[in-house]
Write a protein that binds this ligand. Structure first.
Ligand code: PAF
Length: 282
């Protein structure tokens, strides 16, 4: 495994791999790996023969007052995990390598898809994501790029960017990884204290409630959302950011649950904002 922090050196190495006919699989991350990240790397390993992982906590996708500074980091542990999975290249640039003095170009997906769900409470977040992922795609030039479905809106926005800008790669959404009790894996779960860790279960439980209601024939989105919210409110540290049921294709709100839908929740548990979701075809 080779580790690069300079863009040009990585580009050169990958250009040789490409000349040898290698198919490049790319896993962009912000590090502090859990099983979810490792599953993306393993899937990349199965579907391609040259796996590149980037580890970069991207400042432009954090808003003022968000957790950029305190975002958990452990590069040595991450590198060891990449090595164990059989990753070929790790890219760990400094902020100044990605955003040198004078940097001023951004890629922004406009319209409802970035304004709803997390886009409503994190203005500018998706502009930061599309900009950095666009840069990373230009640096790595992958054939396939692997993203976790836990960030369902991120996947939808990036798929749209790839379509809109005719990018020559395919996004592969990968299933959410969960702890045994249902909590979706997230690097931010380390922020939770013991009580909050218990309270955090209301996110996945609310999705289970929704799927049970659907199984019993309920199709009224408002009624399902109300019951999901009531359950989430039973946790004393929970403050709801959003509970929404949206059309999976454009993330617009729906009144009647039918077709390809996404149930999405964002809840503050103490000071930690957690998200979870479930996709369903009804
Ligand atoms: O999902 C993440 O970890 C980040 O948003 C990504 C895609 C690596 C861009 O910084």
């Amino acid at each position: 495994m080779q580790v690069f922090n300079e863009i040009n050196a990585l580009k050169q190495a990958l250009s040789s791999e490409r000349k040898e006919g290698k198919k490049i699989g790319f896993v962009p991350t912000m590090g502090f790996f859990h099983e979810g990240h490792l599953s993306l790397m393993k899937q990349a390993k199965n579907e391609t023969n040259c796996v590149v992982v980037s580890i970069f906590v991207n400042p432009t996708q954090f808003g003022p007052g968000e957790d950029f500074e305190s975002y958990p980091r452990d590069l040595n542990r991450d590198l060891k995990l990449c090595e164990d999975v059989g990753v070929n290249y790790v890219f760990t640039p400094d902020v100044s390598e990605m955003y040198p003095t004078g940097y001023s170009t951004y890629v922004e997906c406009e319209g409802g898809i970035t304004k709803t769900l997390c886009g409503a409470s994190r203005p500018g977040h998706f502009k930061g994501v599309t900009s950095v992922v666009n840069k990373l795609f230009n640096i790595v030039e992958p054939d396939l790029a692997f993203f976790g479905q836990k960030d369902a809106q991120q996947v939808a926005v990036l798929e749209k960017m790839v379509r809109d800008l005719n990018m020559n790669l395919k996004i592969i959404p990968c299933p959410i990884k969960r702890e045994n009790d249902g909590l979706a894996m997230s690097s931010r779960n380390v922020y939770l204290n013991e009580d909050e860790r218990k309270d955090a279960l209301v996110l996945s439980q609310s999705l289970k409630i929704a799927s049970e209601l659907i199984a019993n024939g309920e199709t009224d989105a408002k009624s399902i959302i109300d019951q999901m919210k009531s359950h989430i409110m039973t946790a004393s540290s929970a403050v709801i950011d959003y509970v929404q049921i949206v059309d999976n294709s454009d993330l617009s709100d729906i009144d009647t649950v039918k077709g390809e839908v996404l149930f999405a929740v964002a809840v503050r548990i103490g000071r930690t904002r957690l998200i979870d979701n479930m996709r369903m075809t009804i």
